[in-house]
Design a protein around this ligand. Sequence first.
Ligand code: 5GP
Ligand code: ZN
Length: 114
Amino acid sequence: MSDECIFCKIISGQLPSRKVFEDERVFAFHDLHPGAPTHVLIVPKRHLRGLAEAGAADEALLGYLQLVAARLARELGLERGYRTVINAGPDAGQSVFHLHLHLLGGRALAWPPG
Ligand code: 5GP
Ligand code: ZN
């Protein structure tokens, strides 16, 4: 837990969120400013700054984030397709420095992303 981190505060319940899923490792909730009809953030409960800071010990966790995304996509009815994204660092537009996987779907998604 980082005292200054908004996602740590969401995970601990200090800040409200629209929760989609929670287990011992991850917390998932709807993005406050959705970029698609479905836009869920899947966040490890342990504070980790971002993908660039992940190490070998985080290998299973990173795979788990993707599998949770696939399961939530099924549950949320994204059978036409969806995209998972991790923004890492300033050029990618990372704005919250607590690792998170975006799950986007519910419309056709352009490629390449902007
Ligand atoms: P990033 O830009 O770091 O990849 O993604 C951060 C995401 O967190 C953005 O899509 C932004 O809309 C979302 N976000 C930022 N603050 C909050 C918040 O307080 N609550 C929720 N639900 N989403 C947030
Ligand atoms: Zn945090």
